[in-house]
Design a protein around this ligand. Structure first.
Ligand code: AMP
Length: 296
């Protein structure tokens, strides 16, 4: 399954992407994360991106397209991926179309998380406060000033993608203002309707959604839910394989048992026949003799 999550900063793309990763065993490809890693490692890409990111601007298209193209080729992305934060411009979307075509890969869906812009600032402030509480490092671009700039670049450069994918009949929109677990369920229902996930995974996925339910609306809870399910990663994908294996094993065992039982039955039957034959023989013998004797 290959999907794109589209939405402004603070719309919950990252949170939903993490939950989808746990549920479907696919990877999250976040250009923001990759760029932050490049900045931290001081690579040439990182050096190029550092200033731009800190100011809330967009890194040049060719840089992010190159990163994504390489990342899609990695073995762990073969099972499928969620693009989070990419594409962010129409040229990036066109480049993605081209490289997916070249790699013979199909895009299943583009999911837009629609949110109320005035709520975004609050959301990001809450996220930052919670991260500080947990003693986690806060992103340099998570300040109200930079967020305003990031929102402006979303409106000007990324929002046109809604039209781009809607024209190509790829776009689905979900209300991103719902509680986290409700958004997750809506995404799952959508993927089911699109045939991007197997209906069989439904029951298991619903069961897995348990911890996320408890986490209603809070980032903290979601992290806990993600942690919980992280202990049992990619079960939805792995389980069918596991049960197929188990079924094969059970079938082999059943054949063995049946063979053993047949051997036992044959043995028992042979014994019974032999016993009967002996009995018959011993009964018939004297009779014959008696008859013969009587004749004589
Ligand atoms: P994010 O974590 O997705 O909010 O991204 C953080 C920052 O990384 C953005 O504000 C941009 O500066 C940069 N960035 C991430 N993805 C892209 C992209 N697809 N195109 C350009 N810049 C990006």
């Amino acid at each position: 399954m290959r999907i794109i999550l589209l939405g402004p900063p603070g719309s919950g793309k990252g949170t939903q992407a993490q939950l989808l990763v746990q549920r479907y065993g696919i990877v999250q490809l976040s250009t923001g994360e990759m760029l932050r890693a490049a900045v931290a490692a001081g690579t040439p890409v990182g050096l190029k991106a550092k200033e731009i990111m800190a100011s809330g601007g967009l890194v040049p298209d060719d840089v992010v397209v190159g990163i994504i193209s390489d990342r899609i080729d990695q073995p762990d992305a073969r099972n499928g991926f969620i693009l989070d934060g990419f594409p962010r411009t129409v040229p990036q979307a066109e480049a993605l179309d081209g490289l997916l075509k070249h790699k013979h890969l199909k895009l299943d869906a583009v999911i837009e998380l629609r949110v109320n812009e005035s709520a975004l600032l609050n959301r990001v402030e809450t996220r930052v406060a919670q991260m500080r509480e947990r003693g986690e490092e806060v992103r340099l671009d998570d300040t109200p000033e930079v967020l305003t700039k990031r929102l402006a670049s979303y409106r000007n450069q990324t929002e046109p993608l809604i039209h781009y994918y809607s024209e190509r009949r790829k776009l689905s929109t979900i209300d991103g203002m719902m509680a986290i677990d409700e958004v997750t369920r809506a995404i799952h229902r959508l993927l089911l309707a699109l045939g991007a996930v197997e209906p069989k995974t439904r029951a298991r996925s619903a069961a897995k959604a348990g911890p996320a339910k408890k986490a209603k609306g809070t980032n903290k809870g979601t992290k806990k839910a993600a942690k919980k399910s992280a202990k049992k990663p990619a079960k939805v994908v792995k389980k069918p394989a596991k049960s197929a294996k188990t079924a094969k094993k059970a079938a082999r065992k059943a054949v063995k048992v049946a063979k053993k039982a047949t051997r036992k039955m044959v043995k028992k039957a042979a014994k019974t026949i032999a016993k009967k034959a002996v009995k018959k023989g011993s009964k018939k013998g004297p009779k014959k003799v008696t008859k013969k004797r009587a004749k004589r």
